[in-house]
Design a protein around this ligand. Structure first.
Ligand code: NDP
Length: 339
């Protein structure tokens, strides 16, 4: 390994282990605004079907999942206005507060501003609507979901992200959001926000998995002390989710199974552990109790450098969620090459 690489790795480990107290299983990480975030969370988006349409929310599976998660020791839940799960997340949290399992301050809740509310004056009202759905007084982290604005009829809104960010700052100043950040912004978009607003996002949420490890973006975030949460952490690991042509590995990959056997862990656990060792906060979604519990059991082993090198070798830059229907938007954040 080159000297530069060892330095970066050492930094990641120091940053990762510079953790603070935690009331859950995952240790906390300090954000650049002085607050803390648990280093592992639960996703609550029901996702897309194989035909690309959204799975509809038609039962209380998310509420149950959040309750299982809190009982298992999760203290970080990720939702968004567009997932249509804020009400279930809020009910589960409030149930667990009533049962005395947690206090409000023990749990870190993230929600996100949808693309149709990018006007500066829309941000605070949109957050108030989310808080009403969640039945909470404040959110721990509010994110601009995409740099892409949309009008109500689905056509492109080109409101400057800087305007939206000013609305986010206002939401934080009013105490409605304790921390603010962005999602799906690229390096240039982050840079512009930071240099023109002088308020660095506390968090960037982006897709990170074995096929899309984004080393350059992660280096940028380390340099600016921006914490990264990684969405779709399993990428194309599960054959039921992998679209035609998605690169390996799958969950039965022999080399990954061998690493799992060594630690008595599953391949999903090996994947999540690797992401944690990259310095990322994974937020896997599951509504299955046993998987919710399994996914959190990551804090009792460490991968070797050789194992990390193996996991790194799957990085092909392949994006699971390229949102190609927005590719003509002037603020489309991803590379435009065909996948
Ligand atoms: P994930 O990579 O978390 O995959 C979810 C799938 O994995 C589900 O089908 C789940 O099944 C399955 N699964 C979970 N754990 C296991 C396991 N241990 N073994 C086998 N299967 C398992 O994908 P998501 O796209 O949901 O990403 C996670 C979260 O990230 C979202 O829920 C959302 O909160 C956030 N997100 C944010 C985005 C953004 O633009 N900011 C975009 C996309 C996601 P089951 O539920 O049946 O157990």
């Amino acid at each position: 390994m080159a000297a530069g690489q060892s330095c970066i790795l050492a930094f990641v480990f120091i940053a990762y282990f510079h953790v603070a107290k935690s009331t859950g299983v995952a240790p906390n990480i300090k954000l650049n605004d002085g607050r803390e975030i648990p280093s592992f969370g639960l996703g609550t988006w029901l996702g897309l079907k194989r035909d690309g349409t959204r799975v509809q929310v038609n039962d209380d599976s998310v509420e149950k999942a959040v309750e299982y998660a809190i009982d298992a020791g999760y203290r970080h839940i990720d939702t968004a206005h567009i997932y249509n799960t804020e009400d279930q997340v809020g009910r589960a949290i409030n149930n667990k507060i009533k049962e005395g399992v947690i206090k409000r301050e023990d749990i870190f809740v993230t929600t996100k501003l949808w693309n149709s509310r990018h006007a500066k004056e829309d941000v605070v009202p949109a957050l108030k609507e989310s808080l009403k759905q969640l039945n909470l007084d404040y959110i721990d982290l509010y994110l601009i979901h995409w740099p892409i604005g949309l009008l109500a009829n689905g056509s492109f809104d080109t409101t400057d992200n800087l305007q939206t960010w000013q609305g986010m700052i206002e939401a934080r100043d009013q105490g409605l959001a304790k921390s603010i950040g962005v999602s799906n912004f690229n390096e240039q978009q982050l840079d512009r926000l930071i240099s023109l607003s002088h308020v660095t996002p506390a968090v960037l949420q982006v897709e990170i998995n074995l096929n899309l490890q984004q080393p350059s973006l992660l280096a940028y975030c380390r340099q600016h002390n921006i914490t990264v949460t990684g969405y779709t952490p399993f990428g194309s690991l599960f054959p039921s989710k992998a679209v035609d042509g998605a690169p390996p590995p799958r969950v039965d990959d022999p080399a990954l199974v061998e690493v799992g056997n060594k630690y008595n862990k599953t391949v999903p656990q090996i994947t999540l552990r690797y992401l944690i060792e990259l310095g990322i906060i994974p937020i896997p979604k599951s509504t299955t109790k046993s998987r919710i519990e399994q996914n959190l059991a990551l804090f009792d082993f460490t991968l070797t450098q050789k194992e990390r090198d193996l996991l790194k070798s799957y990085d092909t830059g392949y994006r699971t969620i390229p949102v190609l229907h927005w590719i003509q938007h002037p603020y489309y954040p991803f590379e435009k090459k065909q996948q």
